[in-house]
Design a binder for this molecule. Structure first.
Ligand SMILES: [Zn+2]
Ligand SMILES: [Zn+2]
Length: 263
């Protein structure tokens, strides 16, 4: 995770020598700097996948795409809302059609959020599946089904409900964030963990933490408590940050560990 939060989101997905960015919501300069920090030349990217048209997911996409000749995938609805000019190589991401990228299978699913055709993904890799849902107002039955069998979940933990209630944001913004078309709270994620976390999940990556309405320690604690409550204290929790690149999640390591445990 190169960065995550309302100031900009970008996740690097690497499979062998193939790399793709899911969202490019930091400036092009910042994206390049963070890619170099993790040892990936921006020119080595294969594609940019945009989950939805909000600026914190698209900010650097056009320039990065133009500079390095990268295709940009998004839904048609997201493209319409984005109103981007000079996007030279746009490719449609059909919500019902899986996409092959970097040798991996991306299965999209439309999720509730206040942007047109926002998508989450299940990304199947030889070492297990990743569920990816940033900016999701509620975990729908369809999303829960998509996440079934995933080894890693990368998911929003946007706000603490108590902190949002006393937030300096105006009432309309607060109710938009709290609604099913807004952002997922620490508590809503914890309820999902307690009620429906798949047995294969080994790691949960908390995304899109609000600087104003959340505290990283509180997001982690809420998730940890939910995991402990359902006897899943062995699941790793990674908290992403707006300012820093988060530690990488290595599926190969998880796969090897699972193999050892099975012996
Ligand atoms: Zn959004
Ligand atoms: Zn966002």
């Amino acid at each position: 995770m190169l960065g995550s939060g309302s100031g900009g989101n970008a996740t690097l997905l690497s499979h062998g020598n193939a790399h793709a960015l899911v969202d490019a919501g930091l400036s092009c300069r910042d994206l390049c700097r963070r890619l170099e920090h993790v040892g990936v030349e921006p020119g080595a990217l294969h594609a940019i996948v945009v989950t939805h048209a909000h600026g914190d997911h698209t900010r650097g996409a056009r320039l990065l795409s133009r500079r390095y000749g990268l295709p940009v995938y998004s839904t048609a609805g997201a493209l319409r809302e984005w109103r981007v000019s000079e996007l030279q190589d746009w490719r449609e991401l059909a919500p019902s059609r899986p996409l092959e990228l970097c040798g991996l299978r991306f299965e999209p699913c439309v999720v509730p959020h206040d942007a047109s055709e926002t998508v989450a993904f299940r990304i199947d890799t030889p070492e297990g599946a990743v569920g990816f849902a940033t900016d999701v107002g509620a975990i729908t039955a369809e999303l829960a089904a998509l996440f079934r069998g995933c080894r890693v979940l990368v998911i929003e933990s946007n706000h603490a409900e108590d902190l949002l209630r006393v937030s300096p944001y105006d009432a309309a913004t607060r109710s938009r964030i709290a609604s099913d078309a807004g952002h997922l709270s620490n508590e809503a994620l914890a309820a999902y963990v307690r009620g429906g976390l798949g047995p294969d999940v080994r790691c949960i990556v908390l995304m899109h933490l609000s600087r104003v309405n959340n505290v990283p320690e509180l997001a982690e604690l809420t998730c940890r408590e939910a995991l402990d409550a359902c006897g899943r204290g062995d699941v790793q929790v990674v908290v992403t940050s707006q300012d820093k690149v988060a530690p990488p999640v290595d599926l190969e390591t998880w796969a090897q560990r699972c193999l050892k445990e099975a012996v």
